[in-house]
Every structure is written in structure tokens, then in C-alpha cells.
Design a binder for this molecule. Structure first.
Ligand code: NDP
Length: 386
């Protein structure tokens, strides 16, 4: 039998982290867990580190390190805390690093993982949106293999396999439309956090669920696709597909369109990245198209849901605009979830920030972090939150 593959999971206590560990648990002998990380869920992180005999467990928030130390006593797993420790853990030699921290907080560790020059499975879309060319240049420089985990980008990656980039005519990202896809402007104005995090098809973390409700998730994915698949912004489309069965499509110059279909379960794209270029079993129920009956598609409404338009404009503007868009959105989503602002203020606030703050293109990781910090400060001020 071949040696177990060394894997690190950044954001192990999250929704993507849990789905990944569920797959690894089923093929335990094939994997050796190097690093598992969280922000502050120390007890859950320690439980996972013990179960998977991780070499190191890291909490990003240093205030949670004491609890992690206590919970890991006698386990053989090293306990570390703080942002530098997170980067150090991401740098530990591993065959595959899964980047699944939520938000731009995942940027520095994801870059450290990329610098290893091995394979990075990317779920943390905000990092790529903010860092854009800085990250893609590091991937090229280090010879890193980047495997997209986001279901849409994983679908596109699969549809591109064996084809030539110059033969692609367009790429279409599908979007469920989120929980509010049939809502009126008046209903959207009164939407609550509890309603926004209740996604009709996917079980996900709170931030991405709100992004799905505003359609910023699809906007971020448009920018993510722009960086991952160099076909140009004009060739990227978005279509609403409420059933979330077709995960995205690639149209070729001869008129053929290839699509990837599957259940709405993140274990499918994660398994594709874990086993790539082979395939592995998942516990997901097979797709029953006769039972699903109909697959429907329609154009997005960018009047009611301006997020995809804002993201496209930020991508065309270039420079620091995508980092500003992402930072402003992260602050607005947190403010919405905390009950400080209404739902429609998220998109309005991001639009306002993009109009008022247009920094030059970042040339380094430090530049990206600087723009992100500045945009967050300005957005908090605009929203009147501490
Ligand atoms: P969750 O909120 O469920 O989990 C986030 C993870 O990141 C947790 O481990 C959390 O730790 C950790 N974390 C949070 N804040 C910080 C921080 N400041 N520093 C370090 N670690 C932190 O998110 P999801 O799993 O839903 O999403 C993760 C990423 O994957 C996002 O970028 C999302 O857009 C993307 N994605 C998610 C999908 C899904 O189905 N969930 C689908 C496609 C993409 P703790 O538990 O301690 O808070």
C-alpha cells in the first residue's frame, strides 16, 4: 500500500472543514493529518485533533490558546495560537492543504500554503478575490497546483479537463438565487438574519449563506472564476438555476456545452479535489433526475440583487477594487448578522464604498492586507459601528 498523504485543513471546524474530515474519516488509512486550524472553537478543534491524531492544532485567536492547551493535554498534538502560528502551520510540509477559512482572514495562511509549491484545494474564495494577481503570480512562481473546491469552480475545472482554453467560448456559473430569490423589494428590506442563513439547497456557514442571499456569493465567484480560468471577463456568465443540480457549464466554439451535475452536497467537489486526478467514493445519494423532474434556468435580476453587477464592475475596474468589495461586504455581512444594519444596506454600503475608495493595484501580500484593513475601517465608519 502507498504511503498516507499528508493533509492540512485550514478552517477545520467549519462547514467545509467538517465535510472534508467526514470523507477522510471514511478512508482513514490513506491520510496523515498534519495541521488542523480554527478561530476560537478550541474544544471542537481539540476533539478533531485527537480523533485524527493531528501533529499540530492552531487557534487563530490567541485568547483561545489556553483552552486548546488544556483540551489537548497528553494527546501528542502540539497546541499553538495566533496569526503567525496559523501561517507557520500552513507552511508545514503537506501533500495537500485545504484552504477553508472564511473571509480574508484566510489570505496569509493560504498564501503560505501556496508558497510550499505543492497542492492547495481552495474553498476560501475571499482570499483569491482580494489578492487576485498577487495570488495567481505566487501560484505560477511556486509551481503550485490549485484545485478549486467551490462547487461551481470545481464543476468548471472538471468540464475543462482534456480541452484547450482557446476553444472556450463562455463559462456559465449557476446560482441557486438563495432563499430570497422570489422576494419583492419590500420583503428584502425587512429580511432578518435568521431568514438569510436558511439556504434552500445547501447547508453552509453563516457568512456564505448571507452572501448567497444577497448574491454577493455569485459576485465573488465571478471574480474567482476570472482568476482561475483565463477566458476573460466578457466570457463569464451567471444564470439562476434554483434546483442546484447543474453546478456550472463550459461552452466551446463548436457549440458544445459541457456541464457537471451532482447532488447539492459539498462532499462531491471536495472528494474531487481530495482524489484528483483519480476519483473516490462518497456517501452522497446518487442523482435521481426523474425524481427531480425539471431543471430550470433564468437570468439574474441585477436591479433587486445588485451584487453581481457590483462584482463585475469591480473586476473590470481592477486595481484594489475587488479587495475593497470583499472587505466592505465582510464588514456589512457581520453587521447584518449582529442586527446592526438591514439586509439591503449590505449591497448599498458596498456600492457606496466602491464609489468612494479606489486604491491602486496591490503588488504584494502586504499591499492587499493594507487595502483590506483600510476598506474595513472606512466601512465600519460608514455603517456607524465600532
Ligand atoms: P464556516 O463559518 O462554517 O467555517 C469557517 C472556518 O474558518 C472555521 O473553522 C472558523 O473557526 C475559521 N475562522 C473563522 N474566522 C477565522 C479567523 N479570523 N481566522 C482564522 N480562522 C477563522 O465557513 P464555511 O465552511 O461555510 O466556509 C469556508 C470558506 O469556504 C468560505 O470562504 C466560503 O465562502 C467557502 N465555501 C463554503 C462552502 C460551504 O458549503 N460552506 C461552499 C463553497 C465555498 P471557528 O470555528 O473557530 O470560528
Amino acid at each position: 500500500m502507498s504511503e498516507p498523504r499528508r493533509i492540512s485543513i485550514l478552517g477545520a471546524t467549519g462547514s467545509v472543514g467538517a465535510s472534508t474530515l467526514d470523507l477522510i474519516r471514511r478512508e482513514r488509512d490513506k491520510w496523515q493529518v498534519v495541521a488542523l486550524t480554527a478561530n476560537c472553537q478550541a474544544a471542537e478543534l481539540a476533539r478533531l485533533a485527537r480523533e485524527f491524531a493531528a501533529e499540530v492544532a492552531v487557534v487563530a485567536d490567541p485568547a483561545c490558546l489556553g483552552e486548546l492547551h488544556t483540551a489537548l493535554a497528553g494527546s501528542g498534538t502540539e497546541a499553538l495560537g495566533g496569526a503567525p502560528a496559523l501561517v507557520e502551520a500552513a507552511s508545514r510540509p503537506a501533500d495537500l492543504i485545504l484552504a477553508a477559512i472564511v473571509g480574508c482572514a484566510g489570505l496569509a495562511p493560504t498564501m503560505a500554503a501556496i508558497e510550499q509549491g505543492r497542492t492547495v484545494a481552495l474553498a476560501n474564495k475571499e482570499a483569491l478575490v482580494s489578492a487576485g494577481e498577487v495570488m495567481t503570480a505566487a501560484i505560477a512562481r511556486c509551481g503550485t497546483t490549485l484545485l478549486p473546491v467551490d462547487s461551481e469552480h470545481n464543476a468548471i475545472f472538471q468540464c475543462l479537463a482534456g480541452n484547450r482554453g482557446e476553444d472556450v467560448r463562455s463559462i456559465t456559473l449557476t446560482a441557486s438565487g438563495g432563499p430570497f430569490r422570489e422576494w419583492s423589494a419590500a420583503q428584502l428590506a425587512a429580511a432578518t438574519p435568521a431568514q438569510a442563513v436558511k439556504h434552500p439547497n445547501w447547508d453552509m456557514g453563516a457568512k456564505i449563506s448571507v452572501d448567497s442571499a444577497t448574491m454577493f456569493n455569485k459576485g465573488l465567484e465571478l471574480i474567482e472564476a476570472y482568476h482561475l480560468f483565463p477566458v476573460g471577463l466578457d466570457a463569464l456568465r451567471i444564470v439562476i438555476h434554483p434546483q442546484s443540480v447543474v453546478h456550472s457549464m463550459v461552452e466551446y466554439r463548436d457549440g458544445s456545452t459541457l456541464a457537471q451535475l451532482g447532488p447539492s452536497d459539498m462532499r462531491v467537489p471536495i472528494a474531487s479535489a481530495l482524489a484528483w486526478p483519480a476519483r473516490m467514493d462518497t456517501p452522497c445519494a446518487p442523482l435521481d433526475l426523474a425524481k427531480i423532474g425539471a431543471l430550470t434556468f433564468r437570468a439574474p435580476d441585477e436591479e433587486l440583487f445588485p451584487a453581481t453587477r457590483l462584482a463585475r464592475e469591480a473586476a473590470y475596474a481592477g486595481g484594489g477594487a475587488p479587495a475593497v468589495l470583499n472587505a466592505a461586504n465582510e464588514v456589512a455581512v457581520a453587521a447584518f448578522l449582529a442586527g446592526h444594519i438591514g439586509f439591503t444596506r449590505i449591497s448599498a454600503g458596498v456600492a457606496d464604498m466602491l464609489a468612494r475608495f479606489a486604491p491602486a493595484a496591490p503588488a504584494s501580500l502586504d499591499d492587499v492586507i493594507g487595502i483590506d484593513g483600510e476598506a474595513r475601517g472606512r466601512m465600519r465608519e460608514t455603517l456607524g459601528i465600532a
